[in-house]
Every structure is written in structure tokens, then in C-alpha cells.
Design a protein around this ligand. Structure first.
Ligand code: ZN
Length: 132
């Protein structure tokens, strides 16, 4: 069992393109276009290290590569979550909306003032929510 898991781990593509790689490549293209327009060599000081980092990451088999990508994606993942909550609040102004702190599911609450104990229907986590 352990051996087959190890073999599967080895077959997984651990090098190649990821979200941070795409971002670095786009930044490099932007810097190159800026150089093409302005003819300023300052842009090359940014463009060359960008392409070097991109290539090093592209062919890297280090587990740090995946970690770097997760750190890069963390603030970006937050954007659609906030947008989703704002849309719920706009569509149904008679209720309050919040997220479960443990599973991030959107929860709908009535507008009764006071401190309430909320139980998440998905993960059964309980937390206190204060309605102003
Ligand atoms: Zn939950």
C-alpha cells in the first residue's frame, strides 16, 4: 500500500506551471512591453530577474514551490468570498448574512437584536453572533 502511494506521488507532475508562474510570466511580459514603449533599461532590471525566478520555479521539484503558490493564492481566494456575501446581503436585505468561521459556509440569520448562539447546519460548529 505504502509503495503504491509512493509511486503515485512520483508520477504526479511536481514541476511546471502554477498560478504564481502565470503571474510572474504576465509581469515579465508587462515589463518587456514597458521596455519596448519607453526604451528605458530600468524596466530590464525588473524583467530579467522575473524570468529567472519563473524558470527556476518552472523546473523546480522543491516542495516549497507549492507552499509559495498557496501563499500567493490566499489573498486572491478572499475576493470571491467577499463578493458572494455582498450579493446575498443585496438580494435579501431583511436577513443578516455571515460566514461559518470553521467551514466558511454562508449562513442566513433573522434580524433580532442581541447575542445569539449559531449552529452551522453543515459542520455543526457553534459560535456566538452579536446582532446590533
Ligand atoms: Zn460550518
Amino acid at each position: 500500500m505504502r509503495d503504491t502511494e509512493k509511486k503515485r506521488e512520483k508520477r504526479l507532475p511536481i514541476y511546471g506551471m502554477d498560478a504564481l508562474g502565470v503571474f510572474l510570466l504576465l509581469l515579465y511580459i508587462a515589463a518587456s512591453l514597458l521596455f519596448w514603449i519607453t526604451r528605458s533599461f530600468i524596466t530590464q532590471f525588473f524583467a530579467i530577474p522575473l524570468v529567472v525566478i519563473f524558470l527556476l520555479r518552472f523546473f523546480s521539484r522543491s516542495p516549497w514551490r507549492r507552499r509559495e503558490n498557496e501563499i500567493f493564492l490566499a489573498p486572491i481566494r478572499f475576493i470571491p468570498e467577499t463578493w458572494q456575501l455582498a450579493r446575498c446581503r443585496r438580494r435579501d436585505p431583511e436577513h443578516l448574512f455571515t460566514r461559518c468561521p470553521s467551514c466558511r459556509r454562508i449562513l442566513r440569520l433573522t434580524r433580532e437584536a442581541g447575542v445569539r448562539e449559531v449552529v452551522c447546519p453543515r459542520c455543526r460548529a457553534t459560535f456566538l453572533y452579536r446582532v446590533p
